[in-house]
Every structure is written in structure tokens, then in C-alpha cells.
Design a protein around this ligand. Sequence first.
Ligand code: AMP
Ligand code: TRP
Length: 329
Amino acid sequence: MRKRIFSGAQPTGNVHLGNHLGALRNWVALQHEYESFFCIVNLHAITVAQDPGLLAEKTRDLARIYLAVGIDPDASTVFVQSDVHEHAELTWALNCVARMSELERMTQYKDKARKQEENVTVGLFDYPVLMASDILLYQTDLVPVGEDQKQHLELTRDLAIRFNRDYGETFRIPDPYIPKVGARIMSLSDPLKKMSKSDDDPNGCVMLMDDVDTVQRKFKRAVTDSGTEITFDESRPAIYNLLEIFHLVTGMGTQEVEDHFAGKGYAQLKGQLAEVVIEFLKPFQQRVREITDDQLDQILSKGREKAAGIAASTLKQVYNNLGISGARQ
Ligand code: AMP
Ligand code: TRP
């Protein structure tokens, strides 16, 4: 049996280069080696207020992006989280296993809660349990995510281990799969913060759908430092980040990248980086535009069917083990 991977992203805002280099790229690389499930997590999206019309649109846009970056719907299962009701149901069961104290320790929750103050929903607090449900429903072996999701993965493992201990063997214990390079792409305007769609300065974040002028402008404004050497030096985060993007986008080795820029200046680095990113985005943007509504409908309904079959079987086991299967024996 091939091992199984599961991952997902929220259909909020635009997908950026950090998402691609830190997450999507790995999904594409792993999909033929593993049995793969890639989910558009719209139930996670509503943990903060969303415009309903826009959310529906972004959900389909994200599915297009998955396909355009190279996820092959014949090899992988692509589906929308809310299409498979077991995600919400398993969350309830796991809510009764998770402890308030462990959720209170989640750094992503603390960060998001700090920004919202009075408007923190119960859903935002519960976000990691919904994520655990996503993963555990599919008896997942590996979860490819960026480093920022590591703590959520640890919680997922803790919940699964606790459930198995208290109610009998039910869930496979998943491992995180965190790539060594590209795990964390930093903001172009503040290299100490990760590249994020919620960056205060929109110039810090390159969107996959950005046009040529925008990409050029963002790299032109990228902060550097007062040095001149263009080397992979972790003590100089701005240059390190630019070089890392160059390395990942071109596929050139790190030594090769350093040799390439030897004797050149920061302006050249930024100019060439903009160029390679533009070339990298061009075919991707073309594919996004080519996917028709009908094709998308077909792919998502096939994905839902496949996902729902597995999810139903896991949930049945969970209900049986908890003694809540009622008349559904
Ligand atoms: P998000 O939509 O920001 O919650 O993230 C979707 C995926 O992209 C997750 O697997 C994140 O770990 C990853 N990701 C987000 N921002 C970055 C970044 N700046 N660098 C690398 N990976 C990221
Ligand atoms: N929380 C993840 C993020 O912000 C998205 C996500 C939801 C996810 N469910 C998942 C990732 C399950 C991996 C597996 O990136």
C-alpha cells in the first residue's frame, strides 16, 4: 500500500510565492509517490469573518491554483472541505478529547486573537481541532506543510494518540513533512517576518497572480542591507531570502547561485530575481485561465466522492468506539 499524504490551504486572499515555494511545490513533487489528498479548507476560512460571495469565488479560484501549479487530478484527490460533512462531525468528537489548555498554547491562535481582540470566535480557537480532523479522517501518514504548521501537527498527533489510548486503536499517527529549503519564505519588506498575505506592507508579498509590473516593483523595493556580498549568509536575512527564492525558482544549486552573482550588486540581484519569477509565473497564470468551470466541477465532484468514502468509514469507526453510533450499527 502506498502511504497517504493530506494537505490543505485556506481559500482566503491571494496565494503568494511563499505558499507556492513552501507548500504547493512539495505537494506536486510528492503526489506520484504517495496517495494524495489536497483539500480547500473553507471551514477553516470562516473562523474569521468572510464575505460569502467572495469566499465562494475564492474557493474555486484556489482549486484552479492547485491544478495550475501541477496537481494532477488523475493522480490526486482534490476536494472542498465543506463538501465532506465528516470533517465537522469528527471535529465535535475530537473537541471532547482536546483540552482547553493545549489549544490555549497554539501560537497561531494567540497571534490571530491578539489582532482581533473582541471578535475572537470559538471557531478560531477550535481551528487546530478541525485541522486535526482533516488529517485523521484520511488515516494520513504524512502532512506536507510549512514550518508554521508544526505545532498544529503536534497537537494532531497528541489527539490521535490520546483517542487511540482511551477508545481503542482508531487513527493512524501522522508525521509532518517539512521541507528543509523553502520552508519559510520571508517578506520582501521585512525579512524577519514570513511572507504573508496579511503583511502590513503589500510590497512584501508576491502574489502568484501578480502581473509583470507588480512583480518588478515589489522586487525593486525589496529591502537589502548595507553589505555588498551576495552569499547565503543566515546572519543577513534579507539577502539570504532573495537568494533562496532565486535558488528555488530557477532550480540552480546554492553554490551555482553564489557563483552567478559573484561580483554583482544588489540592483542586479533584484532585477534578475524579478525576471526569473516573472518567467516562472507566466505558464502558471496561463493554466489558471485555461481551466473551465465544467472541468473544475467534474474534478471537485470526483474528489468529493473519493474523500467522502474514506471519511465515512473512519467516522463510523470513531462513533462505534465512542459508543455513539446509535441506530447506525
Ligand atoms: P496559509 O494560506 O498562509 O495559511 O498557508 C498555506 C500553506 O503555505 C501552509 O502550508 C503554510 O505553511 C505555507 N506558507 C504560508 N506562508 C509561507 C511562507 N512565507 N513561506 C513558506 N511557506 C508558507
Ligand atoms: N492550517 C493550515 C494552514 O494554515 C491549513 C490546513 C487546514 C491544513 N487543514 C489542514 C494543512 C490539514 C495540512 C493538513 O496552512
